[in-house]
Design a protein around this ligand. Structure first.
Ligand SMILES: *[C@@H]1O[C@H](CO)[C@@H](O)[C@H](O)[C@H]1NC(C)=O
Ligand SMILES: *[C@@H]1O[C@H](CO)[C@@H](O)[C@H](O)[C@H]1NC(C)=O
Ligand SMILES: *[C@@H]1O[C@H](CO)[C@@H](O)[C@H](O)[C@H]1NC(C)=O
Length: 564
C-alpha cells in the first residue's frame, strides 16, 4: 500500500510539475525560541535557496558505541583491538531500506541528493525556502544575530513524513544556530585563546610557560619518538593558519635540542589552505602546532586545515573533518581541537550526531581531544548567564575534554577553565563513580544552576595560562584551554609511540582508561575554581572535578599505567 501510494505520488508530481507532499507528518524537533543573542527578524524570502542535509539513521550506532567501549576498556579482552574502516562502516552505514526510503521520497518530490559522508549517512540537496517549508511543515524564517547583525535562515520546528520515521535522524540546518563571525573576525566557533596580560619572559621560574616548563612539570621525555606510523593531527578552522617560520623560531628558541627540520605536514579539506605570509599567521594555529611539534618530539604531526566551503552546513567543518579522516585507511592516532561553542546553540539531534561521529573516529583508534572552553562555568567564553553554560563538543562523552591549569608550584586550576555538566548527554558508565563522588562533596552549592545528571567535563587538564608562543615573529604569551589540549595530546602521542614500538595498539578512545587504571597516573589538581555567571563556579578538589577533571599528566606514571 505504502509503495503504491509512493508511486502514485511520484506520478502526480511529474504530471502536474508540482510536488505533492503526503500530509502524514510527524513533528521531529522544535525549540521554544532561538538561542540567546538571536532575534527572529521576519520571514525568509520564498525563493531563497537552501542547502539542506539529511542525516540517515545508521545501521547500528549503539552497537558501534558498545564495540568502542569494549576495545577502550583496559579490563576487556578486546582492549586495543580498534575497528577497521570496513567494520566501522558496517555499523555506521544506513541500511539499504533506509537509503531506499529516503531516495524514493526525494524523487517523489522531484529532488536528488548527493552523498556527503563515507558511510553514506549524510546526503544533501538544494531547494528553496518555499519548498523546504512544504517538505518539512517548517517555517523557515530569517534570524538575526544581534551582536553582529548577521542573519541566517532557520526554523524553530519541523516535521518529517511518517514514511521516513526510523530512517531520518535529522534535517540540517533547521533548529541549530551558530553564532556568526563578527566583523572583527571573531569566530563563530569560539577560539579559546587570548593574549595573556603577562609579558613574555622565558625565565627559569616558569612564570611564563615554555616547552621546558611543560616537560619538567609532567616528566615528558625530550628524546625523539621513533615510530613513523603514529600521527598527531591538529585541527585548524576559521582561516587560522599555522606558520612554519613561527614554528621554526619557536623551536630554535625553546627546543634547541630538536633537529631544525622538525615541522608539520599539511592536509586540507573544504577548500582549506595554509598560506605562509607572517601577517596571515593565526594565533590559535601557531599555538596548536608549537605545543604539538614542540612537545611531542619527533611524532609525525599533521595540520588539517578546514576551509570555508563546508559540506556540513554551518558546522564550520566540524563534521567534515571527521568524515574526511574516516575515509582514510590509516586514521591519526591522536587529534586535538581547540575550538568549540555553546551546547545550547546546537539542537540535541545534531549534537548527538556529531558526538556519534567522534565515537566512530574513536572506534578506529583515534584519541579525540578537545579544549573545554575559556569561560569557566559560563561556557566557551565569559558571558552573562543565569544558569551555567555547558560547551560543545566537550559534553559529548566519546571524546576527551581538556581543561586548564596555571602555575607550576603548585599547579592549580585556571579560573578560565570551562567545566560543568552537559544538558544533552547523560553520565557515561566509566565516569559515574567519579562524578557522584564530586557531587556528594559539592552538596547544595550551585544547585539549580547545572544539570547533575549530565556528563561531567573536562576529563583531564594541562597548563593553560601565560603560555609562551612565537606569533608573527614575536614572543607573546597566551591563555586558554587551547594551550592545554595540544599539550595533553602530545603526551598521548608520545605514549602511543612507546606502545607501537612495543608492538602494542595505540590508546584510542581514552576515557574508560583514564577513569580506571589511568586515574592514579594523573596529578590531581585540588585548588582553584572556575567562576562565571556571577558565582564562584565549581571548585577543584581531590578526585575528579568539573574544573580540571582527573588532573594533569604524569608521564612516568602513565607509561606504567598503559602497561609498558
Ligand atoms: C554563547 O552564548 C552566549 C549567550 O548566551 C553568547 O553571548 C556567546 O557569544 C555564545 N558563544 C558562542 C561561541 O557561540
Ligand atoms: C589585560 O590588559 C588589557 C589591556 O592591556 C586590560 O584592558 C584588561 O583589563 C587586562 N585584563 C586583566 C585580567 O588584567
Ligand atoms: C539533564 O540531563 C539529562 C541527561 O542527559 C537530560 O535527560 C535532561 O533533559 C537534562 N535536563 C535539562 C533541564 O536539560
Amino acid at each position: 500500500m505504502v509503495k503504491a501510494f509512493a508511486v502514485l505520488a511520484a506520478f502526480v508530481a511529474l504530471a502536474c510539475a508540482k510536488p505533492h507532499v503526503a500530509r502524514d507528518m510527524l513533528l521531529h524537533d522544535r525549540r521554544d525560541a532561538a538561542p540567546r543573542g538571536f532575534i527572529k527578524s521576519g520571514p525568509a524570502p520564498a525563493d531563497t535557496e537552501l542547502r539542506l542535509r539529511l542525516a540517515l539513521k545508521q545501521t547500528d550506532i549503539e552497537g558501534l558505541k558498545t564495540a568502542l567501549v569494549d576495545v577502550s576498556t583496559p579490563s576487556s579482552a578486546n582492549y586495543g583491538n580498534h575497528l577497521s574502516k570496513e567494520e566501522v562502516l558496517e555499523y555506521a552505514s544506513p541500511k539499504a531500506e533506509t537509503v531506499d526510503a529516503v531516495h524514493s521520497w526525494l524523487s517523489e518530490n522531484g529532488l536528488t541528493a548527493a552523498t556527503l559522508s563515507p558511510a553514506g549517512d549524510w546526503v544533501g540537496f538544494t531547494t528553496t525556502v518555499a519548498k523546504a517549508n512544504e517538505l518539512f511543515d517548517a517555517d523557515f524564517s530569517t534570524f538575526t544575530h544581534t551582536a553582529t547583525g548577521v542573519s541566517s535562515i532557520r526554523t524553530l520546528e519541523y516535521s518529517i513524513p511518517a514514511v521516513l520515521k526510523g530512517h531520518l535522524d535529522l534535517v540540517h540546518p533547521t533548529t541549530s544556530f551558530s553564532t556568526p563571525k563578527a566583523n572583527k573576525g571573531l569566530p563563530s566557533i569560539a577560539l579559546p585563546v587570548k593574549f595573556s596580560n603577562v609579558t613574555a619572559d622565558a625565565s627559569a621560574s616558569c612564570s611564563t610557560i615554555t616547552p621546558s616548563c611543560v616537560q619538567s612539570l609532567y616528566g615528558i621525555p625530550t628524546t625523539l619518538a621513533t615510530q613513523t606510523n603514529n600521527q598527531l593531527a591538529v585541527a585548524g578552522f576559521i582561516d587560522q593558519y599555522a606558520n612554519s617560520a613561527d614554528l621554526k623560531t619557536f623551536l630554535k628558541d625553546y627546543r634547541k635540542d630538536l633537529p631544525s627540520t622538525n615541522t608539520f605536514t599539511l592536509q586540507t579539506l573544504d577548500g582549506g589552505s595554509n598560506p605562509q605570509s607572517s601577517s596571515q599567521a593565526g594565533v590559535e594555529a601557531d599555538l596548536d602546532v608549537q605545543y604539538t611539534v614542540g612537545i611531542a618530539s619527533g611524532v609525525p604531526t599533521v595540520f588539517v586545515s578546514v576551509g570555508d566551503s563546508f559540506q556540513d552546513g554551518d558546522l564550520e567543518g566540524f563534521l567534515d573533518i571527521v568524515n574526511f579522516l574516516l575515509a582514510e585507511t590509516n586514521v591519526p592516532t591522536v587529534m586535538t581541537t581547540s575550538y568549540g561553542e555553546n551546547e545550547s546553540d546546537m539542537s540535541i539531534d545534531l549534537a548527538d550526531k556529531l558526538c556519534n561521529a567522534y565515537a566512530t573516529l574513536g572506534a578506529r583508534g583515534t584519541s579525540v581531544l578537545f579544549a573545554s572552553g575559556d569561560g569557566g562555568v559560563s561556557g566557551s567564553q565569559s558571558q552573562d548567564c543565569d544558569t551555567f553554560v555547558p560547551t560543545f563538543p566537550s559534553g559529548c562523552p566519546y571524546l576527551t575534554s581538556v581543561g586548564a591549569t596555571t602555575g607550576t608550584n603548585p599547579e592549580t586550576a585556571a579560573s578560565l577553565s570551562a567545566g560543568g555538566f552537559s544538558n544533552y548527554f547523560g553520565i557515561p558508565s566509566w565516569q559515574a563513580t567519579a562524578v557522584s563522588g564530586y557531587l556528594t562533596k559539592e552538596g547544595r552549592t550551585n544547585s539549580g544552576l547545572y544539570n547533575a545528571s549530565g556528563r561531567g567535563y573536562p576529563d583531564v587538564a594541562a597548563l593553560g595560562q601565560n603560555v609562551e608562543i612565537i606569533y608573527q615573529g614575536k614572543a607573546t604569551a597566551v591563555d586558554g584551554t587551547s594551550c592545554a589540549s595540544p599539550m595533553f595530546a602530545s603526551v598521548v602521542a608520545l605514549l602511543n609511540d612507546k606502545l607501537i614500538a612495543a608492538g602494542k595498539s595505540p590508546l584510542g578512545f581514552l576515557n574508560p582508561f583514564l577513569y580506571s587504571t589511568g586515574a592514579s597516573a594523573l596529578n590531581d589538581i585540588t585548588k582553584g575554581d572556575n567562576p562565571g555567571c556571577n558565582t564562584n563556579g565549581f571548585s577543584a578538589t581531590t578526585g575528579w572535578d568539573p574544573v580540571t577533571g582527573l588532573g594533569s599528566p604524569n608521564f612516568a606514571a602513565l607509561v606504567k599505567a598503559v602497561g609498558l
